[in-house]
Design a protein around this ligand. Structure first.
Ligand SMILES: Cc1ncc(C[n+]2csc(CCOP(=O)(O)OP(=O)(O)O)c2C)c(N)n1
Ligand SMILES: [Mg+2]
Length: 569
């Protein structure tokens, strides 16, 4: 066509969209403005779903969780400088958690930026992104757009997934070029996340170690959940009869009520295990760095991870297995000899006993009817509603709200629990809820501390605008951790941790046409949640929780330094 009609032209905007579509990227989460407005508009016109947010951090969080759920990089689109920076928290969080996403930001004129001559929204974005991204690229010529998108996709999903930054200067987007050669410049990425087959001897070493163990334990991390090797992971655990513990986002990979789950005897299991197999879980702060007293000093570790440098990062790994989780578990299953691995009966008995004891204590806590509600009585009501709805996604953030929900709400299907993750970050709530609802079409319940909700609360307008089946449950205890602290200086200002206990959060969603509910006892909470889930429409339930119910920093108060001195008057 081009020879007869040399004037057939395309431009950077269209090429970005075609490059995305060629690689199966069908959704963009973003906030528009100069210079990316037309990119979003044209993408929507060409059949890409565009979800417009109120803040880039939430758009980025939605993209990140979409990446986690689909194994395809989630796409976040932002404007330059401030929009770019707003997205960076989500991009960094994605990198830390191993979620594949690509943040595409428009940028200003390189010639002016590099001489710092004060362009509109001037910032050297690519270099600013580097410390927070798994990789950062800039496309300087429109004919390189295809290569730029291809490199971004590979970097996001191969090896340990992460957040990738792709810089698109305004001039590259608007530049025109010959349509035929432009089409030839596009790249269809083949095998974007190649399998990484573990060495056979590493598999043998791991199996040998397990065979000699008396008190083996398997830990499942969100890397295991991400791998989507659900059936093989379950088969390996059931065939070996080894007790397992899920990390927060691995809950549901095997159902929480599985007889081999020792979540209800967690500290005992960690402290007593003699051989520990980590599957897609890192020995970071969430696992006490693998050190005693949380762990036995004599315990030996097997670690399955795609990243070789993860090994020995915190504690020596006796049997490292470097490979992707799916290939590694398949190899373990293939080389597993029936009956060779056999946890000691005494170990299983002790765990079962503790599990039963702790489960009984939990049952009593959930049955209590304090007035006002505490976290347990409220969660007991929610657990009742969710019990027969394994497909509902559960987003969860806060401190006490996070810790207690994790312990109370059982998950029954993989990758349904989405939470603060590795950083313990606040602000993921509405972004994750929207991302999960958009990619799955399934209902989402977001259980939010009242402080946590505030970080992304304005996105309830986004939820209503796109009519997403998201129910936000706010555990309103009137504060960060709890709502009853006082100003130690005696002044009229509230204490640093205090928020408005009397806030009527449910009225916020009513402003956008959603359903608002107020619940101050388990019955009204049950009714409101059942209602909201049946309606499959945006809803917000404001739950009145006792301001005295929480503890400072939730379950990680040990990390919270406190002054030994009294404040000066
Ligand atoms: C981005 C970010 N800012 C601040 C914090 C510190 N922080 C940890 S938990 C939390 C809020 C806890 O209060 P809430 O969400 O109401 O939960 P509660 O313990 O009251 O149930 C805050 C602000 C954080 N983790 N992340
Ligand atoms: Mg609170």
């Amino acid at each position: 066509m081009n020879e007869r009609n040399p004037a057939a032209l395309t431009d950077g905007f269209h090429l970005v969209i075609e490059a995305m579509q060629l690689n199966g990227l069908d959704t963009i989460f973003g906030v528009v403005g100069i210079p990316v407005t037309d990119l979003a508009r044209l993408a929507q016109a060409q059949g890409i779903r565009y979800i417009g947010f109120r803040h880039e951090q939430s758009a980025g969080n939605a993209a990140a969780i979409a990446g986690y759920l689909t194994q395809k990089p989630g796409i976040c689109l932002t404007v330059s400088a401030p929009g770019f920076l707003n997205g960076m928290v989500a991009l960094a969080n994605a990198t830390v958690n191993g979620f594949p996403m690509i943040q595409i930001s428009g940028s200003s004129d390189r010639a002016i930026v590099d001489l710092q001559q004060g362009d509109y929204e001037e910032l050297d974005q690519m270099n600013a992104a580097k410390p927070f991204a798994k990789a950062a690229y800039r496309v300087n010529r429109p004919e390189d757009i295809g290569t730029g998108i291809a490199r971004a996709i590979r970097a996001a999903v191969s090896g340990r997934p992460g957040g990738v930054y792709l810089d698109l200067p305004a001039g590259v987007l608007s530049a025109t070029l010959d349509a035929d050669s432009a089409a030839r410049s596009l790249v269809r990425v083949v095998d974007a996340a190649p399998r990484r087959i573990p060495a056979a001897e590493s598999i043998q070493r791991a199996l040998d170690l397990l065979a000699g163990a008396e008190r083996p334990l398997i830990l499942l991390g969100k890397g295991a959940a991400y791998s989507q090797a659900d059936a093989d992971i379950r088969a390996f655990i059931e065939q070996t009869a080894i007790p397992f513990l899920p990390m927060s986002m691995a809950k549901g990979l095997l159902p929480d009520d599985h007889p081999q789950s020792v979540a209800a005897a967690r500290s005992y299991a960690l402290a007593q295990a003699d051989v520990v197999m980590l599957i897609g879980a890192r020995l970071n702060w969430l696992l006490g760095h693998g050190r005693s007293p949380q762990w036995s000093a004599a315990a030996r570790f097997i670690q399955i991870d795609i990243e070789p440098t993860e090994m020995d990062s915190n504690r020596p790994i006796t049997a490292p297995v470097v490979g992707d989780i799916a290939s590694s578990i398949a190899a373990l299953l293939a080389m597993l000899k029936p009956g060779r691995i056999k946890p000691a009966a005494a170990w299983l008995g002790e765990l079962a006993q503790r599990r039963q004891h702790n489960a009984q204590r939990m049952k009593e806590r959930l049955a209590a009817r304090p007035d006002p509600m505490d976290f347990y009585s409220a969660l007991g009501a929610i657990a009742g509603v969710l019990a027969d709805k394994p497909d509902v996604y559960l987003v969860n953030e806060g401190a006490n709200t996070l810790d207690i929900t994790r312990n109370v709400i059982d998950m029954r299907a993989p990758r349904k629990r989405l939470d603060c993750g590795t950083w313990g970050v606040m602000g993921i709530g509405m972004g994750y809820a929207i991302g999960a609802a958009v990619v799955s079409g399934q209902p989402v319940v977001a259980i939010e501390g009242d402080s946590a909700f505030g970080f992304s609360g304005m996105e309830i307008e986004t939820i209503c605008r796109y009519r997403l089946p998201v129910t936000v449950v706010i555990f309103n205890n009137g504060g960060v951790y709890r709502g009853d602290d006082v100003n130690r200086g005696g002044g009229a200002d509230p204490a640093p941790t205090v928020l408005m206990k009397e806030a009527r959060y449910e009225k916020l969603i009513e402003a956008f046409g959603g359903a608002g509910h107020y619940a101050d006892d388990p019955q009204s909470l049950t009714a409101a949640l059942a209602d909201a889930l049946a309606a499959r429409k945006p809803a917000l339930i404001n739950c009145a929780i006792d301001p005295r119910a929480g503890t400072e920093s939730g379950h990680i108060g040990n990390l919270n330094p406190q002054s030994a001195l009294a404040p000066k008057k």
